[in-house]
Design a protein around this ligand. Structure first.
Ligand SMILES: [Zn+2]
Length: 447
């Protein structure tokens, strides 16, 4: 019985012992299990907060874990860092959205780029946004460039596309850049040509201006010269001495005067040349002089003609045409022809030395015209000049002389031949036997 009792007590002791052992083992184990459960729970909770973007709560939870389970501090701090990074990513993503709204595509792309690297949960969304931004940026730059191109500012358009190309390399850009480059080159070429053309035009205008100015000055100079032209026209009659007739000049005296002209550089000119000098179609030679003889005395052939030939001088004789071949004191048609062929112009002095101042227009026209025609028929050459007999004329004379076909008429009015007197009233210097050489010299200058 005692043995049984002992056995029974032993059994109780074992159970107690086992219980004690069980308790001493299971209690700490339970505590351990419980704490592990709690930790995992916190961590899961934090992760959930993170997933649902409740970053503040996630960070709070990790901080709690750190205080409860200090040995997980490092791990938790890493998680907290990650949460902060995600907070920033979220903000940057929002910045990207704002930039996109404002059309600041490059800044938006930069923001989304950042997010796509830092936040895997937003990677896909960011890439999609970036592609969208690129499309919009490309479109806006193309539109902008198109606007510039419309105003032909191809260079600005190209600069814009070139800067866009570094963000959005795209074949459309390359195409447009080439197109605008071509257009710009063409435009610049056109501008260069236009500039060259304008320059050339300006040059031509300048040259034209110069030419016109030169012409104007030349015309002015000519006009001034013409206005200042004053040519002595000497009026002789008979070259044969006759007592008491002051108009008749001895041959020696005539020769001495011609010699003076020769020795002193005078240039006897024809009536054609006088006409040219007075109407401005020719310039007078040095020291011009015109030698004329009125009435057509026979001594003009026998006395004057040899002297004129000797000095090789031009001269003109005004003929009273009705005296030709009818009056021995006057020149014959043969003499006229001969002299005409030797530098002596044969011109008209009317038919019968009429006093034109006493005749009407018609009668003047008749005598002027008939005398001209008669001379022309003898000489077989044009007669263009007339000396009014005794220098007399009236208000019809100029028109009658013109109508009769004369280009110029000389009078007996004293003075040098000048444009201002008119082509039908040319002044002359009368030669008299009473005038000595000194007087002759002063007559040459119109005195
Ligand atoms: Zn006369």
């Amino acid at each position: 019985m005692v043995e049984y009792q002992v056995k029974k007590n032993r059994k109780k002791l074992y159970i107690l012992l086992i219980f004690i052992i069980f308790v001493s083992i299971s209690a700490p184990l339970s505590v351990y299990i419980y704490r592990d459960y709690k930790f995992k729970n916190y961590m899961d909770q934090a992760e959930n907060y993170l997933m649902s973007e409740k970053y503040g709560q996630a960070i709070d939870t990790w901080n709690r874990v750190i205080s409860l389970f200090p040995k997980y501090k490092d791990e938790c701090l890493k998680d907290i860092d990650k949460a902060h990074s995600l907070i920033k990513s979220k903000a940057v993503f929002q910045d990207g959205e704002d930039y996109l709204q404002q059309g600041e595509y490059i800044k938006a792309i930069e923001a989304y780029n950042y997010v796509s690297k830092e936040d895997s949960s937003r990677f896909a969304a960011s890439r999609e946004k970036i592609e969208n931004c690129k499309r919009l940026f490309l479109y806006s730059q193309l539109t902008f460039a198109e606007g510039k191109a419309i105003t032909q500012d191809y260079k600005a358009a190209n600069d814009m596309l070139l800067s866009a190309k570094q963000y959005v390399p795209d074949s459309i850009l390359d195409e447009k850049i080439n197109e605008y480059s071509d257009l710009n080159n063409k435009l610049e070429e056109a501008r260069r040509i236009e500039e060259q053309r304008k320059l050339e035009e300006e040059k031509q205008k300048e040259e034209q201006r110069k030419q016109e100015e030169k012409k104007r000055l030349e015309a002015q100079r000519k006009q001034e010269m013409l206005n200042s032209t004053a040519i002595p026209v000497l009026m002789y009659h008979s070259i044969d001495f006759q007592e008491g007739n002051n108009l008749r000049i001895p041959k020696d005296k005539f020769r001495a005067e011609m010699k003076y002209l020769k020795d002193n550089g005078y240039t006897p000119i024809s009536l054609d040349e006088l006409y040219g000098c007075l109407n401005g179609t020719m310039s007078p030679p040095n020291k011009p002089v015109v030698i004329t003889l009125d009435d057509g005395y026979e001594d003009n052939y026998t006395s004057a003609f040899p002297v004129l030939k000797e000095f090789n001088f031009k001269a003109a004789i005004f003929i009273i045409t009705d005296n030709i071949d009818t009056n021995g004191a006057f020149l014959t048609s043969e003499q006229l022809k001969e002299m005409s062929q030797n530098g002596i112009a044969i011109e008209s002095h009317t038919l019968i030395h009429s006093d034109l101042s006493k005749l009407g227009y018609e009668e003047q026209l008749r005598v002027l015209k008939q005398s001209r025609e008669k001379l022309e028929s003898i000489l077989n050459s044009p007669v263009n000049y007339i000396a009014y007999p005794s220098g007399k004329f009236n208000s019809f004379t100029e028109n009658a002389a013109k109508a009769a076909g004369y280009k110029l008429a000389v009078t007996t009015q004293k003075g040098l031949a000048q444009k201002k007197d008119g082509l039908y009233f040319v002044h002359r210097m009368a030669m008299y036997n009473s005038q000595d050489m000194t007087k002759f010299i002063s007559l040459l200058s119109g005195q």
